[in-house]
Design a protein around this ligand. Sequence first.
Ligand SMILES: [Zn+2]
Length: 460
Amino acid sequence: MLKIYNSLTRKKEVFKPIQTGKVKLYVCGVTVYDYCHLGHARTYTAFDVAIRYLQWRGYDVTYVRNITDIDDKIIKRANENKEDFHELVKRYTTAMHEDFAALGMTKPHHEPTATEFIPQMISMVDKLLENKKAYIASNGDVYFSVRDFENYGCLAHRNIDQLESGARVEINDVKQDPLDFVLWKLAKPNEPQWESPWGAGRPGWHIECAAMSTSMLGNTFDIHGGGKDLIFPHHENELAEAEAATQEKFVNLWMHAGFLQVAKEKMSKSLGNFFTIRDCLENHAPEVLRYFLMTSHYRSQLQYADETIIQSRNALERFYTALRDMPSAEALVDSAYEEKFVNAMDDDFNTPIAFSVLFDLAHEVQRLRASDLALASMHAALLKKLGKVLGILQDDPHDFLMNEKKNSDVDVEKVNALIVARNEARAAKLWAEADRIRAQLTEMKIVLEDNAEGTVWKHE
Ligand SMILES: [Zn+2]
């Protein structure tokens, strides 16, 4: 029974799609004005894993992820570059597609852009005015009136007065309430603009997603997701707009992914503490990055540290060492490993627990390798099959280990040969020789761990 944490109810709920066997899911996409950084990869990997797992569980998933192709940041950057905003958007959309594909992310079925959905946004704003949930301010902009939507604050779990205490009150504000937000903004001279009943202008950010998601998935759909920072105000406002316009429930389940943090701060463009995905891919295999991004549960914060990346590489090396030279075989069926994996993933996509199951499986492959190659290869096939659900273990083991050897400046073959020589020396009670080999490995910055299954090693 799949359970997913719902930010709206703050509970893990048994997942029940509106239509049996089908899942309609909308994830807020990227504002394309620069290269995507690893924080974006964290968010979208979380949803990629959810989608892969839902599909593996047999659901027919419709995945919509929008592209914000018009906003203040885009206009500002295009002006700085002295280029048309379309050109800027095109360039960074292509870059985003390249980066996400390199990380093995599932492609959305639909990727609507804000500028293609202006008519739908205009009609939603029109509906909100008609339903008396919006007003035209003295400067001509159209605002949503939060005091006229009684559920305002339901997603943030705060009432309007609590939310208000944190809101910034601007001088000369034309809004009736500080929390009111813009639905249609009149254009300044030389800004990109579209005709509307309220004058030439452009939509506010929140109305984009409300209009695009309901246009593509219906007034009520299964899952809406994004990074945790979108809960308030973006998703709160989307919910208010959609429900005030359609007078139907907007979304059954809200999923939010935790941040990627660097030294306890959120990785973001504005803080300047980011690494682009493409820079990271220069130094690390895509699966190493994917593994790293899944090392903490998707709702938790994930700390960026070089050590964690190295540990992720070591983990994959262990998996690929288990998969190496295994004859192809049918995956083991009705296995306790698969059951544990499913239980972990059914529990709100718990990837750290799922990884621990994969480790046990890899151990078993290694344990059986010498005694029962046929059974070992069936375990290996299951390891690969379950790895695929998480988007890992799909490379050729030899290629992966060879490339990692190149990346890590550590000669994996040599390390393994030295470990064998050390174990032989120990078995023969040649302690001085065993110590000499260990010292040689220490010099290569390799740390050994002797356990019941044998010797494992990692980078210092
Ligand atoms: Zn959105």
